[in-house]
Design a protein around this ligand. Structure first.
Ligand code: SF4
Length: 372
């Protein structure tokens, strides 16, 4: 059986959600589920003696189960949902020639920046919720069934590389019917602190697989953690085939790499899609300046507020030099290489969700609602 760990800190802190999570874990009438974002798994290992950038997802799942989390899931699953919804939205706009470029909406710091600094461009933001929020809504819906929640209260925790994700869960338009889907966000550094406090010896814990049905993500879902990942995932979705050659062509299209602003062109049904991949808000400002001055035209623009994307998020362990940055990036791309399902729309767990729980509810659960 699982042993539960009672809060060893006793201290109440306002800036973190550690204490309410300890309390939920200790409460037998509560079902606590966790989702782990892609970037987290490549930033935890080196705190416990593993190589920088090594993907320690299996260990992390084992450790979280021992901490008392009833189910441990993968935010890559939520990212797969985002890819499917965002690709659909993009093709609709691209075909109609409306509200282009489509700006990605999975980074809450960027969304906020765009809304405040460029309100006239806010309608270009995708209506898709972020992977965290899509995931939160689907899980909440799934556990409405009393057979699944065993009559317990559900507490939904996400483990994120990002401090802005703490505010994202409170945004009304990302909630479902006015209710918050994710209860608490723990940053990577906070979960590391909890593991250290618990006395669990990280490298002694057996690796475990994430739980079904929300523990399986495609390679596309995993590379969300690095700049260019969302764009690459969307291009894979748009690509008809899925063999190695097709995947390689996308990989080498210019979508990968360290630069803060990347441009690429992709041929889709005889038409060219022009895309930009941006990381860092200063770089986003530069790109928007050029768009406004009609110096460039893009159909799709991915923006991540953190340089290099979520692997370098504000909730990740600091002191990350060039070696760490490269190692985390490599860690995620290597995970994609080792994942058989590369395309979000070929993830069988996603397909069955669209045929069941999501039927007729795509908009309610997966998109932001802007009722003023
Ligand atoms: Fe958060 Fe940074 Fe990722 Fe944006 S890029 S979601 S701010 S970690």
């Amino acid at each position: 059986g699982q042993c539960r760990v009672v809060c060893p800190t006793g201290a109440i802190s306002i800036h973190t959600n550690i204490d309410p999570v300890w309390e939920a874990l200790a409460d037998k009438n509560t079902k606590v589920i966790a989702q782990i974002a892609p970037a987290v798994r490549v930033a935890v290992g080196d705190q416990f003696g593993y190589a920088k950038g090594e993907n320690v997802m299996g260990k992390l799942v084992g450790v979280l189960h021992r901490l008392g989390f009833d189910e441990v899931y993968d935010t890559s699953y939520g990212a797969d949902l985002t890819v499917i919804e965002e690709s659909k939205e993009f093709i609709e706009r691209f075909t109609a020639g409306e509200k282009l470029p489509l700006f990605t909406s999975c980074c809450p710091a960027w969304v906020k920046h765009c809304e405040t600094k460029y309100p006239e461009l806010a309608e270009n933001l995708s209506t898709c919720r972020s992977p965290q929020q899509m995931f939160g809504a689907v899980v909440r819906e799934y556990y409405k069934d009393p057979e699944r929640n065993e009559g317990k209260r559900l507490v939904s925790v996400s483990i994120m590389p990002c401090t802005a994700k703490k505010e994202e869960i409170l945004r009304p338009e990302s909630m479902t019917n006015g209710k918050q889907d994710v209860d608490y966000v723990l940053t990577t550094t906070e979960i590391i602190r909890m593991i250290k406090k618990s006395g669990i010896v990280f490298d002694k814990v057996e690796i475990e697989a994430a739980d079904v049905p929300f523990g399986i993500g495609s390679g596309s879902g995993v590379i969300f953690g690095v700049t260019g990942g969302v764009t690459e995932a969307v291009l894979r979705r748009l690509q008809q085939g899925h063999n190695r050659v097709d995947m390689e062509a996308i990989k080498t299209s210019g979508v990968r790499g360290d630069e803060g602003i990347k441009e690429l062109t992709y041929n889709y049904n005889g038409r060219e899609i022009k895309a930009a991949v941006v990381s860092g808000l200063a770089n986003a400002d530069k790109v928007i300046e050029r768009i406004k001055n009609n110096e460039v035209h893009y159909d799709f623009v991915e923006v991540m507020a953190c340089r290099r994307g979520c692997i370098m998020g504000g909730g990740q362990p600091v002191n990350a030099g060039p070696r760490t940055k490269r190692a985390r990036m490599k860690g995620l791309y290597d995970t994609d290489v080792n994942t058989q399902i590369k395309k979000s729309n070929e993830n069988p767990m996603i397909l069955s969700l669209y045929d069941s729980l999501l039927k007729g509810k795509e908009h309610e659960l997966l998109h932001r609602n802007f009722t003023k």
